[in-house]
Design a protein around this ligand. Structure first.
Ligand code: GCB
Length: 628
């Protein structure tokens, strides 16, 4: 905990120093200190609370406040530790407007979208409840950890509030050691999917707002003093650097030991007064570096007293030199594809099991010959990032700072800062993550520049081993009869890699044949990535004419051919992450081809390849072995 506070203070005190070329960073309200981090919690022993849960909709949020405001009426408190049926049967006049024990049952984790037909378009508050058994043990601590719940979450254990969290895509944990009962326990979770003008993301997006508990729900058991945070990485100068933070009554002055058994590596030390330990070790000669071709992961452990923290970590460096991106010191072209967090199938509910993650990423890696994925537009399930580590795919990770954010609102800034911190602290041990992106298609204003300058500074402070990027907007003009796309965003000065989304030939009336001649004016001294390009096609819809219509597979395939020809002419283009691997739900897309889906996938929602899939595969095969 202490370490977290230190880093937040460091971030805040940096604000005055981070006045970059684009203007003044905003300080805003301090991001609330996150609850325990429990880094690599997914590998710690615990009790899985996924499975059957009761659920109850609460469209008027009566469980949170009375209808005149103030405290909620006793008859509405879904989290009360009470047997509603038995209490009413007593006949003493007690009455409730809910009964969680007789409410419908669903299986978690999953968005409520598929709980029942009437839940498909529900946005608002839903209460979940279940019981579980616990056996208390002296000297142990227990944390309740959710991988993510969208968007605002309130947790109660045995009738007592445990904590709240805002943000739909990052993990959070609360200690429940003192609230647990030996034997039966009742847990209630209220999740409100409503996003507002001040949330991150804002309400208008191009994806489905999957409300509910979409990721793991676990009780995690640790020793009384345990490794709450650990960061193990290869620095750009070739050393292994280890930071660890202990939490608990014996965190200070504690013996601690770091191991990589496969390398015969072991280093001992002692934590400082705040429970922190930091060391660097010259990288052993035998260390095999992680790369997409050889995604070598090592079992890594840290021991402190009774606690043993473990993770599987790959070691590599990523940096830029001029307009090059260097992986392990060698130039790389990022052969990418974008993905939403949505499993294959006709009715996805954002259930990313290891098998679902592998199914998606295997298409990218082995069918498309990609070495890079853009996990859009928010941090994906940790399962997805672990699968990228194991399969050998570099990752662009981002926060949903998208389109119309309330740039001037200090609470929105605080939310975004906390979200990016939760994302980085969860994932900075993942070799696959190469780029942290701070924003997508955000119009330039002073307020926005300040907001994003603050985020960029936060990222660099939390992780100095990766690249910072954002998907930037461009302006269009005409010169010598052909279109010119110019990027003048001052934020580019803060970034290591410039991202640009391009849709010429899809949005607007450019003819596909004219796309290759489009001229790009972007700073040449940094790497550029086309972070999106794409066109819709309905799988199976064909148009064999010389000029096929939009939404046909032929149009999409030709769009790819012409856009790739355009891209090939840009000297500092160092990668692509076309939009997108698979068709995804988007309620704003309602024409006859779309019917609620964004059809820019190279595959349909069930995995049927469209013609454009092979076009991009051909381009990527030509780029393998460093080809440009
Ligand atoms: C974009 C957005 C992405 C959309 C895509 C589209 O530029 O970043 O979220 O889904 O375009 O399909 O229009």
């Amino acid at each position: 905990m202490a370490r977290w506070h230190l880093s937040i203070i460091a971030i805040l005190s940096s604000v005055g120093l981070s006045l970059g070329a684009v203007g003044k960073a905003q300080s805003g309200a301090a991001p609330p200190a996150p609850t325990p981090l429990l880094v690599a919690a997914d590998l710690r022993p615990g009790t899985d609370l996924s499975g059957p849960w009761h659920y109850s909709v609460d469209p008027y949020r009566a469980g949170l406040a009375g209808f005149h405001g103030g405290e909620p009426n006793a008859s509405e408190r879904r989290w009360a530790d009470i047997d509603v049926g038995a209490t009413m049967r007593k006949g003493d006049g007690a009455m409730f407007e809910f009964d969680m024990d007789s409410a419908p049952i669903t299986t978690l984790p999953a968005s409520w979208l598929t709980h029942a037909a009437e839940m498909r378009y529900y946005q608002g508050l839903v209460w979940y409840q279940r019981h579980f058994q616990a056996a208390l043990q002296n000297g142990k601590r227990v944390f309740l950890r959710l991988g993510a719940a969208n968007y605002k979450t309130r947790i109660y254990l045995n009738g007592t509030p445990v904590g709240e969290h805002e943000g739909g895509f990052t993990p959070f944990a609360f200690e429940v050691t003192k609230l647990l009962r030996n034997g039966d326990n009742q847990i209630t979770i209220g999740v409100d999917s409503a996003v507002t003008d001040t949330s991150v993301p804002p309400p208008v997006t191009d994806w489905e707002n999957y409300g509910g508990i979409t990721r793991s729900i676990r009780l995690i058991e640790t020793a009384d003093t345990y490794v709450d945070d650990a960061w193990v990485r290869l620095t750009r100068n070739g050393a292994l650097a280890i930071d660890a933070h202990l939490d608990g009554p014996r965190a200070a002055g504690r013996s601690i030991r770091f191991f990589i058994p496969a390398l015969g590596l072991s280093r001992a030390g002692t934590t400082d007064a705040n429970g922190n330990w930091r060391t660097t070790i010259a990288a052993p000669r035998a260390l095999e570096r992680w790369s997409p071709e050889r995604p070598r992961l090592y079992d890594v452990a840290i021991e402190a007293g009774d606690d043993r923290w473990r993770d599987q970590i790959g070691f590599r460096t990523i940096e830029t030199r001029g307009s090059e991106i260097l992986l392990n010191g060698r130039p790389i072209f990022l052969r990418g594809i974008s993905l939403h967090e949505e499993e294959l199938g006709v009715s996805p509910a954002r259930v990313i099991t290891p098998a679902a993650a592998r199914a998606l990423l295997t298409e990218a890696k082995h069918e498309l010959h990609a070495n890079f994925v853009r996990l859009a537009h928010y941090p994906h399930d940790e399962t997805m990032v672990r699968a990228a580590d194991a399969l050998g795919l570099l990752v662009w990770s981002e926060v949903p700072v998208y389109w119309r954010i309330s740039w001037g609102n200090p609470d929105t800034l605080a939310t975004a800062r906390r979200m990016i911190a939760e994302n980085i602290l969860r994932d900075r041990n993942r070799a696959s993550i190469a780029i942290w992106s701070i924003a997508n298609e955000t119009p330039i204003t002073d307020a926005r520049n300040g907001f994003l300058t603050t985020l960029a500074a936060d990222v660099r402070r939390l992780d100095d081993t990766r690249l910072v990027s954002a998907a930037l907007l461009t302006e269009r003009s005409t010169a010598n009869g052909h279109p010119v796309m110019t990027m003048t965003d001052p934020l580019a000065a803060q970034l290591d890699v410039m991202g640009i989304n391009t849709y010429n030939g899809w949005y607007g009336d450019d003819r596909l044949a004219d796309v290759p001649a489009i001229e790009w004016r972007v700073p040449a001294d940094k790497p550029l990535i086309f972070s999106e390009l794409g066109a819709d096609a309905k799988a199976g819809f064909h148009d064999a004419r010389a000029m096929p219509q939009k939404f046909s597979e032929e149009y999409q395939a030709d769009y790819y051919r012409q856009t790739l020809a355009m891209a090939a002419k840009i000297p500092n283009l160092r990668g692509l992450s076309p939009w997108i691997l698979k068709d995804f739900r988007s309620p704003r897309r309602q024409n006859a081809f779309q019917q609620g889906w964004n059809r820019k996938g190279l595959m349909s929602e069930t995995g049927q390849h469209k013609l454009a899939f092979d076009v991009l595969t051909g381009f990527y095969r030509g780029k393998e072995d460093g080809g440009r």
